[in-house]
Ligand binder design. Sequence first.
Ligand code: ADP
Ligand code: MG
Length: 235
Amino acid sequence: MAIVELRDIRKSFRMGEGELEVLHGVSLSVERTEFIAMMGPSGSGKSTTMNILGCLDTPTSGVYLLDGREVALLDRDELATVRNGMIGFVFQGFNLLQRTTALANVEMPLLYSGVGLRERHRRAMEALARVGLDDRMRHDPSQLSGGQQQRVAIARGIVNRAPILMADEPTGNLDSRTSDEIMKLFQELNEEEGITIILVTHEPDVASYAKRIIHFRDGVIISDEKNKNVRRSVA
Ligand code: ADP
Ligand code: MG
């Protein structure tokens, strides 16, 4: 069974008097342990699709099945539980709380899941160690480089042990060398931990780490192919 399935998703936004349809029937099926990159020019509907996949927005029509459950039929509490349990997020701008240690930032999703203090510490330290930041746990974001901040955000994204990690332009604010390090980390999390990764990027170099590449144009998927030349970082 697919962990994520979109069936003929359409999305319109209200624009003044009328409606503007920006997704015109997107269908997509993702199995556990896949690593997919969604590519396409600016305005092609990547983030709109990602927001629907992340249950941050709802489609105008079509069906979204998350781990076999139809998202539209869940009530608010069920949706929050399913989303927290199933999906971790990483954003372009890191979205870390300032003047808050890396450790406290990573603990945040566990707080919402009702995990106790000691277990929160233990798991957050484990996640920070996984991303190579054992020695930066007590640092604030302002004391960390962009790449380190994105690692903290990735640790926060995996701390709930959700099977899916979603990332919208996670290297958009990073130089190319740091981007490569971050993409290598996503690749490791996919291959070693079995985390399903769904990534949005407009950069071919970044997408080349994924096992499958999907191209959007003007609100539809125009290609969906296995990446026959998965990039391996030499570092
Ligand atoms: P991408 O991430 O591929 O750059 P988006 O999914 O953000 O593209 O946007 C797709 C289209 O939807 C664009 O034309 C954008 O202007 C429009 N759009 C996105 N969000 C909104 C919104 N909240 N209201 C109106 N139009 C929107
Ligand atoms: Mg976008």
